[in-house]
Design a protein around this ligand. Sequence first.
Ligand code: ADP
Ligand code: MG
Length: 227
Amino acid sequence: MSEMVLSLEGVCKTYNEGKPNEVRVLDGAALDLPRGEVVALVAPSGSGKSTLLHIAGLLDTPTAGTVRLMGEDMTHASDDKRTAARRAEVGFIYQFHHLMPEFSAVENIVLPQLANAVSARAAEARAQDLLALVGLSQRASHRPAELSGGEQQRVAFCRALANGPALLLADEPTGNLDPATSDTVFEALMGLVRETGLSALIATHNLELASRMDRTLRLDEGVVVPG
Ligand code: ADP
Ligand code: MG
């Protein structure tokens, strides 16, 4: 198996190609993310961070270039294969938690595992373990509306990791939180990532948080450059 969990090569993305409102967002972006490495992606709003993360997470396709997950070229794989790889290997975290409001914290972490054919008992045990890692054992039976913003986001992290992905993609995961909460939540996220040996690509505007990751990359004119 490849040492690279994620490789992007010559990735281009143009929206509305050939139309007057054409936007060239990525223009030959490349990066290699080895196993266990945590990389910050820092760039101003509108520079293509979300576009890059969606392409890396097989939620979108590039206009040109190659996306490899665990060494396997996924660029031209069938929709079924891309969906299966995404479910098995990728955890995605957004700025907003997107938890299901009618379910408790622990249920929100159990459900994706049931969809992945894990037994109810094993799913519950893993969900409780993950909640303990982010310090939320006492909130397991709370619904999202009964949790603070920082707690909701920590539950969302647990859900993203529920099925043991190899790659975590996070799109401004603390962007919606006040600075103090952002700090606690980021520490919880890093704890989870280090505990599980995940590779992570984390878009953030927060340079202080970026400095706590292994490496920083920037997006400049559609190209990935060292930070
Ligand atoms: P970031 O996450 O860094 O703020 P995005 O990847 O969201 O940047 O967007 C990069 C650029 O691409 C922006 O100019 C945005 O308006 C444009 N863009 C994003 N998605 C689309 C889309 N679906 N159609 C057209 N333009 C888009
Ligand atoms: Mg964005």
